[in-house]
Design a protein around this ligand. Structure first.
Ligand SMILES: Cc1ncc(C[n+]2csc(CCOP(=O)(O)OP(=O)(O)O)c2C)c(N)n1
Ligand SMILES: [Mg+2]
Length: 1025
């Protein structure tokens, strides 16, 4: 077959390709070329510069292009030395320095007016300029309420540098070289007064710029150009004024309208921060002009309805209808779900832009957990980039709107920011807007954060931060525009800190004066941003009162029309479904159960393709052995282990055209060194990923395996967002050890287990949680299986339809939880995720010691679809939800005295014990799929052993593991068969415990031996009674 590259010479010579799209990350060792590391990320260098190399060459440097540490102590000493050399012999220095010194001592013929300017004065002047660049934002007028009490830093005071009143009208020389920013202007000589005026205008107006923490000169210069150049602010012509007035009116009147129609409803209004809407619109228009075609947005409660209505353009009648409590009518074959409050719902629309383009906007649904949606948005954006072949990441962009309290307080903000430059997670920059109303519920900033600004966390990522006074709509729009330009120019994150206020309480029925009395006294008399702007326009004579009234009338009449129309509006659930998913089945529509076996020749071919390493490649010898063993496995079909079965699942899905992405901590090698998906050349450090070469011309990201940052919340959220974009992708997150997943609990609780029910969005995300008791102590033994089972929404007392042709059990359940014990079954459960017409999250308690267990092997015939092969059941080759006893029992086994039901790796220990004791009258069944419960198969086994004592055996403590989930379902199964109830189910396992496991290996071994022996013991168990 053409698409195989099995033994092709190209495969042999290929090394893992560069998926980083030409960016010069220093860990791009997977590429053939070794890129030059950027200084900023290479701080652990062991390379020392030679003296000759480090001697600076005196070259004229435009002021605005100076490195940020130019004026430190060493630079001035250096300058003084240079000056001395120049005084001794002007020809001894570079011509530019000659020019420089001539000017300072008044010798330059071009600048006759300045004499007596000392070099110290020049240095101080430069320090003053730098002072504004670094600290100008401290003096910027950011707070619309004027309540901020900030000490203006000394660096902004000319007296600090020794300048006096008398110097104000003295002319000073600032440079003759070509400079960016206002200091250029071909006016190197300016009075101190005019220099100060310009500095104040540029840095201390309604926008406070923070960018001097960015260690990249070009980026700083780009910004200085935008900030300092006299005509850098937009040309606010009358057209813009009209557009701004209109947009601000919509934003303001929308909230007013909701407030009058639904007086006591919670809507988390935008009042006090209405300029967000014109700001976002301008940002989106500008981004569209610069090539953005699709924006994924995430935001919390505040202003969400306004954004939905005015930015995303969700029909107002629909918003009003939902506000009145209108419930979607159930349509045949469509979801019911539990729904969610109106300010959590997501949606997507196409928005026409001012420039005549169309911009696709999607607002991701989110739970009330602030900021939790951030990584989800970023992951979804990345998936959009992959599926639209947006290799430059210019067409799809993420925008996140935050609250000031949550941005500073929630750790996931940092975890998400820290994904921004990772090659397999970057989206080419997210724009963040902090809707900074200077309060979080009832908490003042001084109690809510230790940093000066709520945005300080973003400085760690070298993002520029534009603080802007939310009452100045023009400034807000300018900052938003600049953010879009930054993102499209530098493809990195940027933050707009929109400093505003909250006109009312936390929500509309909350009383803010209980806790912020002074602030609310000011707010009471504070005009809205719209009033301020209209007044300004009226005073300037640019608009008339009639113009203003006209806009007001137009907006109000549309709002009223939509309100009337909302009464007849019939909400459709379809409104909530998204593009790639058409044809996928809801829980109400029966999806055929498909086989997951693969044709033997395909298995063989892909198997070969993924066991070949390039010629001239020197893998570690242990890895070489693993690959040789894998080659043997595929050749002989025997002893296929876990790691290889997983690779076969990936490879076969790739061949079928699916995208496969696996991410998590150390997943490339695998925490337990079993995967080796990326092989490292021991001589060159080059990397090779065999799964990148399954089909010819395989897209470099089609298979992605990526070590992640050390974050669970952020990375799992990212993969969740990624998985939601396109169903034809197997997206997997693997925890290092299962218990670490609790750091991502919000994603499990509020998105993965309940997202479909709340928001009607499906995901087939797979979560691998290493689990199993092997004496590693309390923190590495358990993947906390019980938690995932406890969140399952299947009714323990109702057996659903289990007949294969009518079964919708999985479709109707919120997720699947499995504890698989054979490589072949793992292969099938992964493939099953894709080979079905619906998507459901899959939680896998994945093994640790089974990865190398001699009995945990499968034959290739269990993977294929050949009738008569061991994997082939009545219906074909599929994932086995339950593995019956291996002793090939007939349909009725009256002589079996005990049926041990278990799940996971304890099976192998039980089986061994049974062999040791030669306990032929004990049957052991493995419940591979715990949730939803395989009632049909469990009942089949119960019927097979009518006289058997029934035991649930687990290695986890009684209050953990699957016991509490299995117990009521076993009772239900027994009752339905008329075979007893609660007291007939015996428990074998560890006693209840607070800690997951003992920290002492000896205790572990003793406990483990006891429970295994007990499960097989000849005497009856009679436990817990
Ligand atoms: C993770 C989390 N913790 C607590 C809350 C409860 N809560 C809802 S809004 C809010 C205040 C948020 O303040 P801020 O981020 O400044 O947004 P604002 O409401 O001021 O717009 C709090 C504490 C929550 N929703 N999520
Ligand atoms: Mg706030």
């Amino acid at each position: 077959m053409a698409w195989f590259r099995a033994a092709s010479s190209i495969a042999k010579h290929a090394v893992r390709r560069n998926i980083y799209r030409g960016r010069s990350y220093y860990h791009v060792a997977r590429t053939t070329a070794v890129p030059i590391p950027p200084a900023s990320r290479n701080f652990h260098t062991t390379t020392f510069k030679s003296k000759a190399e480090s001697a600076p060459v005196p070259r004229a440097v435009p002021l605005s292009k100076l490195t940020d540490n130019f004026l430190d102590g060493t630079s001035s000493v250096y300058l003084e030395e240079l000056q001395r050399a120049w005084e001794a012999d002007p020809n001894s220095v570079d011509e530019s320095w000659d020019n420089f010194f001539r000017n300072f001592v008044g010798q330059a013929s071009t600048t006759p007016g300045i004499s007596g300017q000392t070099i110290q004065e020049s240095m101080k002047l430069l320090l003053l300029v730098r002072g504004y660049q670094v600290n100008g934002h401290m003096k910027a007028k950011l707070d619309p309420l004027g309540l901020e009490e900030r000490k203006v830093p000394d660096e902004l005071d000319p007296a600090f540098y020794g300048f006096t009143e008398a110097d104000l009208d003295r002319e000073f020389f600032l440079g003759v070289w070509r400079m960016s920013g206002f200091l250029s202007e071909n006016r190197p000589v300016q009075t101190l007064r005019s220099i100060l005026t310009r500095l104040e205008q540029a840095y201390c107006g309604s926008i406070g710029y923070e960018y001097m923490h960015i260690p990249d000169r070009d980026k700083c210069n780009w910004l200085r150009d935008k900030i300092e150049t006299i005509n850098c602010s937009p040309d606010w012509n009358i057209f813009s004024h009209e557009v701004l007035s209109d947009r601000l009116s919509w934003s303001t009147l929308f909230e007013n309208f909701l407030a009058t129609k639904w007086k006591s409803a919670k809507r988390f209004g935008l009042e006090g921060g209405e300029t967000l809407i014109p700001g976002m619109k301008e940002m989106f228009d500008r981004a569209a002009d610069l090539g953005v075609e699709s924006i994924v947005m995430g935001m919390a409660h505040r202003g969400r309805l306004n954004v939905l209505g005015n930015v995303v353009r969700k029909p107002l009648r629909q918003i009003f209808c939902e506000f009145s409590g209108g419930q979607p009518q159930d349509e045949v074959g469509l979801y019911t779900g539990t729904g969610d409050v109106k300010y959590h719902l997501g949606t997507s629309y196409d928005r026409p832009t001012r420039g005549g383009r169309r911009l696709h906007l999607s607002l991701v649904a989110n739970p009330s957990h602030l900021e939790a949606v951030n990584p989800v948005v970023v992951g979804k954006t990345r998936a959009k980039q992959y599926f639209s072949n947006d290799v430059d990441r210019k067409k799809n962009m993420g925008v996140l709107i935050h609250g000031d309290g949550s941005f500073a307080g929630q750790g996931v903000v940092y975890e998400t920011l820290h994904l921004s430059a990772l090659p397999n997670y970057t989206t080419g920059g997210t724009i963040h807007i902090v809707l900074n109303n200077q309060v979080a519920f009832t908490t003042d900033p001084k109690a809510g954060r230790s940093s000066q600004y709520s945005t300080d966390v973003a400085k760690a990522l070298n993002a520029p931060i534009f603080h802007v006074n939310g009452d100045d709509v023009e400034a807000v729009v300018h900052a938003c525009e600049l953010a879009a330009e930054w993102r499209q120019t530098f493809h990195s994150d940027v933050v707009v800190d929109l400093v505003c206020y909250r006109r009312f309480g936390h929500n509309e029925i909350d009383e803010p004066s209980f806790t912020q009395p002074k602030m609310y006294k000011v707010i009471q008399n504070h005009p809205s941003a719209l009033e301020i702007y209209q007044k300004k326009l009226l005073e300037s004579g640019e608009v008339t009162q009639q113009d203003i009234d006209k806009i007001h009338k137009k907006v109000m009449s549309i709002l009223n029309e939509e309100f009337l129309a909302s009464k007849d509006y019939v909400p459709k659930r379809r409104d909530w479904l998204s593009a790639y998913w058409s044809g996928f089945k809801s829980p109400e529509q029966l999806s055929r159960i498909r086989n997951t076996g693969v044709k033997p020749e395909i298995l063989k071919n892909v198997g070969k393709a993924i066991t070949i390493l390039p010629e001239n490649f020197t893998p570690h010898k242990a890895v070489k052995r693993i690959y040789e063993q894998r080659a043997k496995m595929i050749e002989s079909g025997e002893d296929i282990d876990w790691g290889f079965a997983e690779a076969l699942a990936f490879a076969t899905l790739l061949v079928e055209g699916n995208h496969v992405r696996l991410s998590g901590q150390d997943v490339e090698r695998g925490t337990f060194s079993h995967r080796h998906a990326v092989v490292h050349d021991q001589a060159t450090g080059e990397q090779y990923c065999p799964l990148d070469h399954v089909i010819s011309n395989q897209n470099e990201e089609m298979f992605t395996v990526s070590n992640s940052s050390l974050s669970e919340f952020g990375v799992l959220g990212f993969e969740l967002g990624y998985s939601m974009e396109n169903p034809n992708s197997l997206v997997i997150w693997e925890a290092q050890f299962g218990d670490f997943a609790n750091g991502a609990q919000v994603i499990f609780d509020n998105f993965l287990s309940s997202g479909e029910s709340k928001w009607l969005r499906q995901t087939g995300l797979v979560v691998l949680l290493p689990h199993g008791y092997d004496g590693q102590g309390p923190e590495h033994s358990s993947g906390r299986l019980e938690r995932y089972l406890q969140m399952a929404d299947d009714n323990p007392y109702v057996i659903p339809v289990m007949e294969p042709t009518l079964r919708k059990q999985i479709q109707e359940c919120n997720w699947q939880v499995v504890n698989v014990t054979t490589p072949a079954n793992f292969f099938h459960v992964l493939r099953r995720q894709i080979h079905r017409e619906f998507r459901k999250p899959l939680i896998v308690m994945s093994p640790k010691n089974l990865l190398r267990h001699k009995d945990c092997r499968s034959h290739l015939s269990e993977f294929d679809d050949v009738q008569g092969h061991p994997g082939f059941d009545k219906q074909g080759t599929r994932f086995k939800r339950l593995i019956k006893d291996q002793n090939n029992h007939s349909d009725l086994e009256e002589g079996i005295r005990r049926l041990v039901l278990c799940s996971g790796k304890v099976y192998y220990e039980l089986d061994e014990q049974r062999r040791k004791q030669d306990a032929k009258d004990v049957a052991i069944c493995r419940v591979e799929q715990l949730c939803p419960f395989p009632y049909d198969l469990v009942q089949r086994e119960l019927k097979r052993y009518p006289n058997a004592e029934i035991v649930w055996c687990q290695e986890e403590p009684m209050n953990m593991g699957a016991y509490t989930y299995v117990l009521p379902r076993l009772i239900t199964s027994l009752k339905a068969l008329g075979r007893g109830g609660y007291e007939d189910i015996n428990y074998v396992g560890r006693a209840p415990s607070a800690a997951v496991a003992t920290g002492f290996l000896s205790v572990h071994l003793k406990e483990q031996a006891e429970l295994v022996q007990k499960a097989i013991q000849p005497e009856p168990i009679n436990y817990p009674y």
